[in-house]
Every structure is written in structure tokens, then in C-alpha cells.
Design a protein around this ligand. Structure first.
Ligand SMILES: [Zn+2]
Length: 417
């Protein structure tokens, strides 16, 4: 039995993971429908081992809650007693999800159905260092515009997710001591959106959201997966054992602030984090802007850096090759520790693929252990600038429809016994 793919055109999505056998509650039954819609009552009995009466009761409960819809009964109406042998599907139109991938110099907002499929999205130039009020005041009208474009209102929003280029306290949905996000430290993001929307809000690190987007849409079989974001800064998102690995405090994957020794052994330039010689202080987008400006080039954005590399400005190409080697050494060490099956490189700088990847490949394959690279795939992002928003939408759908959450909502709406 296959599932309907979700997501923007061109993305070959893998299915939502199927819950383990022996499921009991309606929340877990909904998880089964999210993974494998449509299903008949008989399909559900076969897959779960539940009795017909229990399956009927659970399906009725989910239909009453608007979470399941019946599809084309294949018996003639009025044929007598008994239920029609129609099939049932997760009602992805029961509401919408809003997501926004906030980067250092741009953001992308999207509206998605409840499966996490992106329905509409909008990019916008936005400088994250202007602080939370300025940036979120741009997100508000974008969300309103996306809702209007889909004929929806704030009351239809079932969840919101944002990603940011900084350390995140997921429990509180706040940014914590960010090196570049001026004014965002502990800002009450949930409080901001609670003025308009009554729904859960998730906050995620940018590279983690991108990792989940790429992994779930293209590399679901990879098990151990690494996403490297090369943008203004350098970050990584890690999937281990098919799950996001955030570390004990959510700080996992920060390879941009690991030490990169220079070829001549020098300490290296000052980083935005306060240390010297970090990987991103040598190879991040902001470092390349700095070095190109020092060489007399008129550049102020990462897009302009990429343009210089593409048009074969010799200084820019030299910097890109050197950056590729610095990133390659950092990646080789990460590969030795994590042994990923797939490494995907995304972010604006990855658009200078030819020049960056040359150094990256050279260092990864020469410095990683042979066993770790024997079956390693090193690839360019397939979702490109949408990786973050697609990942956020899929994360959010899993959060909003987690079996325990669905069971709690259903118990609440049933009222006291
Ligand atoms: Zn640093």
C-alpha cells in the first residue's frame, strides 16, 4: 500500500513513518491514517489487529472530530443494513499550518495543509539583526496574505513553526544568547503570535529544519543523515537513527564555531561568537564578504559573493576554493564522529557548487576514515531555498497530530464523563 506524496512539485516525498503494530488509541489510529491514507475498515483491522467494533468506534470518533473523511463508498446506497465498504483518509483540509524560515538576511513564509504540504509561500528580504519586533512585524502581514490567498482565516490555523539562525530553547520557544540575532535573547515569540492565533508554536534551529526537510522528502532510508547549511554563517543539522539529534541542550551541530586551523597555523580571524579562527570566520558567507571587501570588491551580501564566484572573479573563486577546504576539514571530522550515510549541503553559498564542492570533496575523502566514506553520499540540497520551510511544516504536522496530543484533545472535547 502506498501513500500520497506531499509537498511542492518536484519533491518526491517519503511517507510519514508507519506507527508500530499493536496500536490502541484513536491518536495512534490517526497516525496510521496520516501514514497510509486511504484505508478501509478491513485494512485497519488487518493492520492493527483491533476488532471490527473497536475500529468502527475509533473511526466514528475521528470523523466526528473532523480528522477523518470518508471517501467513495463502493457499495450501492440503500442496499440494506451494514456499513458501506468505503475508505477513509486523514482530513488534510481540516485546517492549515503556518511556517516561517527566518534567515540572517531573508525569510520565507509558507502556508501548508495538515499533511505538511506547502500550498503557497512567499520570500522576503529581512535583516535578522533588526530585532524580533521588526522581523515579526514583517511575518504578520505575510501570514495574513498567505491565509487570504487560500481563503482561510486565523481561526483555521492549527499550528505555527519558525526557524532561526541561532541557538533555541524549544520548550520556551525562545532564542538563547544568539551570536548574531541582536535583541532576540529570550524574546517571547509565543506571546507575539498568541495575540492573533490560538494554536501551538514551535521554534527550531535553521539547519535542523532544513535537515528534516531534505531527509523526509528525499533520504528517508538514510538513517544517519547530516545537513550542512552554508549561508551567512555555517551550521549543521543531524538526523541519527531516523530522529533529529539536537543534543542535551539543543546545541548539537554547531560546526561553524569549531576551530579551523589555518594552513600556516595562524590563530585566524575574530569570529562573531567572540572566539578566533572558527570555521565560519574563515569560510562563512560573512567572512567571504569581509575578505572580498578587503580585496577592494564592492560586495555586501552573500548573493553578491555567489555572483562574483559564478562570473569567475579570480579573488572570489580563490576564496571559495579555500572555504571549501576549510569546510571539508570540519566536515571530515564530523563524518568520522557521526558516520552519516548522506551529507547534504545547502544554503546560499552552496549555489557556488563547483568551487565549494571541489575543496569539500577533496578534504572529506582524504581525511575521513575509509570505512566512514565507503558508502558516503555527498550531495547538493534538492529543496534549495525551500528546505527550511518544508522541514518546519513536516515537523509541525507531526507535533500537532502526535498521538498523545490527539487523544488529549479528543478526551477534552468529549467533556467530563
Ligand atoms: Zn565562532
Amino acid at each position: 500500500m502506498s501513500t500520497t506524496p506531499v509537498g511542492p512539485p518536484g519533491a518526491s516525498y517519503v511517507a510519514t513513518p508507519v506507527p508500530p503494530a499493536g496500536i490502541v488509541g484513536p491518536g495512534e489510529l490517526l497516525a496510521l491514517f496520516r501514514a497510509r491514507s486511504p484505508l478501509t475498515r478491513t485494512d485497519v483491522m488487518t493492520l492493527t489487529g483491533l476488532s471490527r467494533s473497536t475500529v468502527n468506534q475509533r473511526i466514528d470518533l475521528l470523523i466526528d472530530a473532523g480528522l477523518l473523511v470518508e471517501r467513495g463508498p463502493d457499495v450501492v446506497p440503500g442496499r440494506g443494513r451494514g456499513r458501506p465498504a468505503g475508505s477513509f483518509a486523514f482530513n488534510v483540509e481540516r485546517g492549515v499550518l503556518l511556517v516561517c524560515d527566518i534567515g540572517a538576511t531573508a525569510l520565507r513564509a509558507a502556508i501548508c495543509d495538515l499533511s505538511g504540504r506547502v500550498l503557497e509561500d512567499r520570500p522576503l528580504v529581512s535583516d535578522v539583526t533588526e530585532g524580533p519586533e521588526a522581523v515579526l512585524a514583517r511575518v504578520d502581514p505575510l501570514f495574513a496574505e498567505l491565509l487570504a490567498a487560500c481563503g482561510r482565516s486565523a481561526a483555521d490555523v492549527r499550528g505555527i513553526a519558525l526557524s532561526v539562525p541561532g541557538p533555541v530553547d524549544r520548550e520556551q520557544a525562545t532564542v538563547v544568547s544568539p551570536p548574531i540575532m541582536t535583541g532576540w535573547d529570550r524574546f517571547d515569540i509565543r506571546g507575539w503570535f498568541a495575540r492573533t492565533y490560538d494554536c501551538p508554536l514551535l521554534l527550531e534551529k535553521d539547519a535542523t529544519a532544513m535537515a528534516w526537510g531534505e531527509y523526509r522528502t528525499h533520504y528517508g532510508e538514510a538513517d544517519t543523515f547530516l545537513m550542512i547549511k552554508l549561508g551567512t554563517g555555517v551550521g549543521a543539522g543531524i538526523i541519527a537513527g531516523g530522529r533529529i539529534h539536537r543534543g542535551a541542550d539543543g546545541a548539537a551541530g554547531d560546526i561553524g564555531h569549531t576551530q579551523a586551523t589555518g594552513e600556516d597555523g595562524d590563530v585566524g580571524p575574530l569570529c562573531r561568537c567572540g572566539n578566533s579562527g572558527c570555521v565560519e570566520a574563515r569560510a562563512g558567507g560573512w567572512a567571504m564578504i569581509r575578505d572580498l571587501a578587503a580585496a577592494g570588491r564592492d560586495v555586501s551580501t552573500v548573493d553578491e559573493v555567489v555572483e562574483r564566484i559564478r562570473t569567475a572573479d579570480p579573488v572570489a573563486v580563490g576564496l571559495a576554493r579555500a572555504a571549501g577546504r576549510v569546510l571539508g576539514v570540519a566536515l571530515a571530522e564530523t563524518v568520522n564522529i557521526l558516520n552519516p550515510r548522506v551529507v547534504v549541503v545547502g544554503g546560499q553559498l552552496a549555489e557556488a557548487e563547483e568551487q565549494i564542492f571541489a575543496g569539500l570533496r577533496e578534504m572529506v575523502y582524504s581525511r575521513s576514515l575509509p570505512l566512514a566514506t565507503r558508502r558516503l553520499e555527498l550531495r547538493r540540497s534538492r529543496l534549495d531555498e525551500r528546505a527550511g520551510s518544508v522541514g518546519l511544516a513536516l515537523l509541525l504536522a507531526d507535533h500537532v497530530f502526535a498521538p498523545a496530543t490527539v487523544d488529549a484533545v479528543l478526551a477534552d472535547s468529549a467533556g467530563p464523563a
